[in-house]
Design a protein. Structure first.
Length: 587
């Protein structure tokens, strides 16, 4: 138990270090806004800081300087500059009280606890963590052809690479927890400014107490960071209209929107959405044009490092999309995005229902808060009476219509839905006797629901494993093919391994793990080579593979392996078999 307590304490310090460094960087960057007396919410400050840190690490990676000593100098310079400006916002500039901060910390406790378990997120161990590990190991941003997507917008991964330079893989999951905490704080502040603190508490609870948000933030997905940057860009655009179109807000909005696009292609939606929020009635067209030019320059500056890297590596700024424009490659993406056309729009029309009550249709992930669906009628009523609510509701709806219909993609726009529902509920509750108590009761019920979800997960998973042997057993219990991969790791070290059905375990391979539905080593391509050559081993030779891992369930792959004299089985358990690829006999 002492080791578990020490493990928790170390990672609490790591989370505090990430959050404080981000706050210090964001506080420095927002100094021009503060000088004019405007309050900058804590959540926005952390969002700006994380965006700046990620962009700085990305630039270091571009020039091959993503190394621990350089990152230490960068962080110390930020902290030294923050120290001269004092360590915490003044009482006058605080936009969130100490009690609210404590409430946010309590709200995020389930996510923090679940983040202490070894990485198991499907996308996390398939390519997010392999990206980060490769960046940290090389000090650069290499093209990784063995992954499902060998290159992508990588601000989240490069941020985690910075963490990996000093901590373990569990600590990388804390960046998602920090992002969700900042996002919940920003949702609270935005809703409070537009309605009341009661609405802010409800909105923050809708977001941060949702099992889906808790799971994704603790499982190494990039969506929490995308949600933070996207929401922060919209908030800054909204503040630009309320605070006399201050240039600082416009620059912040553009930089954050560009950073959202640097996390994921879906972030490009926020570049357009925040620009639309800057368009306001009764404002001279010259002022609007000036604001849009300033916004565009800030967004382009934030976009350039990420998308310039993509062009340099592939010639395609949206790799691997649009091969008809930029040239076909073995890496395709459209097939992983689900239905298209009218069917996709039909699926999108039920997304809010599906993420809560029909999860098998959108990825079999934990549900979102039922308050989301129950709050939609309130939002529609408020939108009929309030033009601002209508505009934000249209932004939230637009994302649902253009994004792939999967639960984890929805998290990026969930904060905006939470703000819309929180403002709408507070507006209607103010007209009803006892409305404030009702909002507080609903918020508390949602928080309790999130706590119960986390307790249920901990009960099923047990205490987070601390010792390496316990971690090995824990991962093996959760991933049946892991013992076979661990056997190859022990036997051959950094070997090239081909596996069927283990594409989500790339991170756990000591060497290179091939085998996916995409890329030059895809299942279809290798199977076709094997049939053409009459030997699976010959097809694996082309990829320099030394070992093959197959599930024990009967399949065409098992038939090819059993009948190939150059494949010798060297390991078998209840889930998988390992075959060694023997060398060809001399003529």
């Amino acid at each position: 138990m002492a080791s578990v307590i020490a493990f928790v304490g170390v990672h609490m310090i790591a989370l505090g270090g990430i959050a404080y460094t981000a706050w210090a960087a964001g506080n420095l960057a927002s100094a021009s806004i503060r000088r004019d007396g405007a309050s900058v919410p804590w959540g926005l400050t952390v969002a700006i800081g994380l965006a700046l840190l990620a962009q700085a690490l990305l630039l270091l990676g571009v020039v091959g300087w993503l190394r621990a000593p350089v990152v230490v100098v960068l962080v110390l310079a930020i902290l030294a500059a923050a120290r001269r400006r004092w360590m915490w916002p003044t009482r006058q500039s605080r936009s969130i009280s100490a009690m609210a901060m404590a409430a946010i910390a309590l709200l995020m406790l389930p996510a923090f606890i679940l983040a202490l378990y070894p990485p198991l997120g499907f996308d996390q161990t398939m390519y997010h963590l392999p990206y980060a590990r490769a960046f940290a190991a090389t000090g650069g941003l290499p093209f990784l052809p063995s992954l499902r997507y060998p290159t992508f917008p990588a601000l989240a991964e490069v941020l985690n690479a910075g963490v990996l330079l000093f901590a373990d893989d569990v600590a990388t999951q804390l960046t998602g927890v920090c992002a969700l905490a900042a996002c919940a704080a920003l949702v609270f502040s935005w809703t409070r400014e537009r309605s009341s603190a009661d609405g802010g508490r409800l909105a923050a609870a809708i977001l941060a107490a949702s099992p889906l948000a808790i799971y994704l933030s603790a499982a190494g997905y990039v969506e929490p960071l995308l949600a933070l940057f996207g929401t922060a860009s919209l908030y800054a655009a909204d503040r630009a209209g309320r605070d006399g179109r201050h240039a600082g807000w416009i620059v912040a909005s553009g930089a954050l929107a560009g950073s959202a696009a640097g996390v994921k292609y879906l972030g490009l939606y926020f570049v357009a959405a925040a620009a639309l929020l800057l368009l306001r009635p009764n404002v001279a067209w010259r002022s609007i044009a000036r604001d849009l030019v300033l916004y565009g320059l800030a967004a382009a500056s934030a976009l350039l490092p990420s998308y310039g890297r993509l062009v340099a590596q592939t010639g395609n700024p949206l790799f691997p999309f649009y091969p008809e424009l930029f040239g076909a490659t073995p890496w395709m993406a459209q097939e992983f995005l689900g239905a298209r056309g009218a069917q996709r729009l039909l699926n999108a029309s039920t997304l809010l229902w599906d993420v809560t009550f029909r999860r098998h249709a959108v990825g079999i992930l934990p549900p979102f808060s039922p308050a989301l669906l129950l709050g939609v009628p309130l939002a529609l009523i408020a939108a009929w009476q309030d033009a601002w609510v209508l505009r934000l509701l249209l932004v939230a709806t637009g994302y649902v219509l253009v994004a792939p219909v999967q639960a984890h993609y929805f998290l990026a726009i969930a904060p905006v839905w939470s703000v819309v529902i929180g403002v709408s509920a507070a507006s209607l509750a103010s007209r009803v006797r006892g409305g404030r108590l009702l909002l507080l009761g609903v918020a508390l019920a949602l928080v309790i629901g999130g706590e119960l979800y986390a307790l249920g997960r901990v009960h099923r998973l047990g205490l987070p494993p601390v010792a390496m042997a316990d971690r090995e057993r824990w991962v093996a219990a959760e991933r049946p093919l892991y013992p076979a991969l661990a056997f190859v790791n022990r036997l051959a070290g950094p070997a090239i391994v081909y596996a069927v059905g283990a594409e989500h375990m790339v991170y756990y391979a000591a060497g290179t793990l091939l085998g996916d539905h995409n890329g030059p080593a895809s299942f279809n391509r290798v199977a076709a080579r094997a049939q053409a050559a009459g030997s699976l081993a010959s097809a694996l030779d082309d990829l320099h593979v030394s070992y093959l891992i197959l599930p024990v369930a009967p399949s065409a792959w098992t038939d090819m392996a059993v009948n190939d004299p150059r494949l010798a089985r060297v390991y078998r358990d209840a889930a998988a078999s390992v075959y060694q690829v023997l060398p060809e006999e001399a003529p």
